[in-house]
Write a protein that binds this ligand. Structure first.
Ligand code: BEZ
Ligand code: FE
Length: 289
C-alpha cells in the first residue's frame, strides 16, 4: 500500500473490507466512504474545514447526554431523518415524521375521550379520529402514545414547572378504532440551539423554529408502527420547519367552535371546556407489517 494516491485511496479502502463482512454492512459502508471521498475531492476540502467539521462532532458528543442527543438533532436539521422516513413511507398510509428527542416512556393511560388538558393554560382542543388499516378497517386495540408542548412551547421534560407526564398519554382504542382526547393547543418552539447544531443554523442563516404539533406513536399487531406528528393548518412556521417534518397529509384543520353543544359525545370533563374551543378530526392509516 506504499503507492496509494488520491486516485486509488477509495479502492484501497474497499479492498481492506474483509470477506466475511455482512453484505448489507459492506454495501452501506462502501457507498458511505465513496461519497465521503468524492465529497472531499469535489469541495477540495481544506485542513481547516476538515478540523472544523471534526470539532462540531466533538462538541456534539460533549453536549449529548441521556436527555439530549445532538447527533440526532444534526440528522434532523440536515434533513437526513426526514429523508429516511420518506424513503420508507407507503403512499396509502399516514406518513411518518420525526420522533424528536422529547418522547419518554411510561405515560399514564388515558381512556378514549379522556382529558389530557387538565389544568394547563391555553385554548382547549378536542382531537378525535379512527385508527385504521389501508383497507379502511378500524384497528381494534391499537395503542397510541401522545406527547406535546404546553402553551409555553416547552415539553414537560424541559420545564421544571410541569409535572413529569404533563401533556403525555397512552391510549388503547376499542373495537371501533376510535381515539379521542381533550388537550391544549400546542405552541411552536425552537429546537435546542445552544450547541453545535445552533452554530450550524447560525452560520447558514437558518431559524430554529418548528411549527406546533402533536406527536403520536401508534402500534398494532400485524401493522407497521407509525411514528408521526400532526400540524395545524394555520401555524406560521408550517413552511419553514427547521427539521423538515411537515407533510401535506399531516396538516389538520382546527375548527373553532363557539357552541358548547358541539362537544362530541363521550368527552370527559366536558363541563370544564370553555368556548371558544377547537375540534380536530384526524384519522391514522397504518400499513401492514
Ligand atoms: C420535536 O418535535 O420534538 C423535535 C424534533 C426534532 C428536533 C427537535 C425537536
Ligand atoms: Fe415536538
Amino acid at each position: 500500500m506504499r503507492t496509494v494516491t488520491k486516485d486509488t485511496l477509495t479502492q484501497a479502502f474497499l479492498d481492506y473490507i474483509g470477506d466475511d463482512t455482512d453484505p448489507r454492512t459492506r454495501f452501506v459502508l462502501e457507498s458511505l466512504v465513496r461519497h465521503l471521498h468524492d465529497f472531499a475531492t469535489e469541495t477540495m476540502l481544506t485542513h481547516e474545514e476538515w478540523r472544523k467539521g471534526l470539532e462540531l462532532l466533538m462538541k456534539a458528543g460533549e453536549i449529548s447526554s441521556p436527555h439530549r442527543n445532538e447527533f440526532v438533532l444534526f440528522s434532523d436539521v440536515l434533513g437526513l431523518s426526514s429523508l429516511v422516513d420518506m424513503l420508507h413511507s407507503e403512499p396509502d398510509s399516514t406518513p411518518s415524521s420525526v420522533l424528536g428527542p422529547f418522547h419518554i416512556l411510561g405515560a399514564p393511560t388515558l381512556p378514549v375521550g379522556g382529558n389530557m388538558k387538565a389544568d394547563n393554560d391555553g385554548a382547549a382542543i378536542i382531537v378525535s379520529g379512527i385508527v385504521k388499516s389501508t383497507d379502511g378497517t378500524p384497528i381494534s386495540g391499537a395503542e397510541i402514545e401522545i406527547w406535546q408542548t404546553a402553551d409555553n412551547g416547552l415539553y414537560s421534560n424541559m420545564d421544571p414547572d410541569q409535572e413529569d407526564y404533563n401533556l403525555r398519554a397512552h391510549m388503547v382504542v376499542g373495537d371501533d378504532g376510535r381515539y379521542a382526547f381533550t388537550t391544549v393547543r400546542p405552541a411552536p418552539y425552537i429546537v435546542p440551539d445552544d450547541g453545535p447544531v445552533g452554530e450550524l443554523l447560525d452560520a447558514t442563516g437558518r431559524q430554529p423554529w418548528r411549527p406546533s404539533h402533536l406527536h403520536f406513536i401508534i402500534t398494532a399487531p400485524g401493522h407497521r408502527t407509525l411514528v408521526t406528528e400532526v400540524f395545524p393548518s394555520d401555524d406560521p412556521y408550517l413552511d419553514q420547519d427547521a427539521v423538515f417534518g411537515v407533510r401535506e397529509k399531516l396538516v389538520m384543520e382546527y375548527i373553532e367552535q363557539t357552541d358548547l353543544n358541539n362537544i362530541p359525545n363521550g368527552i370527559a370533563d366536558s363541563d370544564k371546556i370553555q368556548a371558544p374551543y377547537f375540534t380536530v378530526d384526524f384519522d391514522f392509516v397504518l400499513g401492514a407489517e
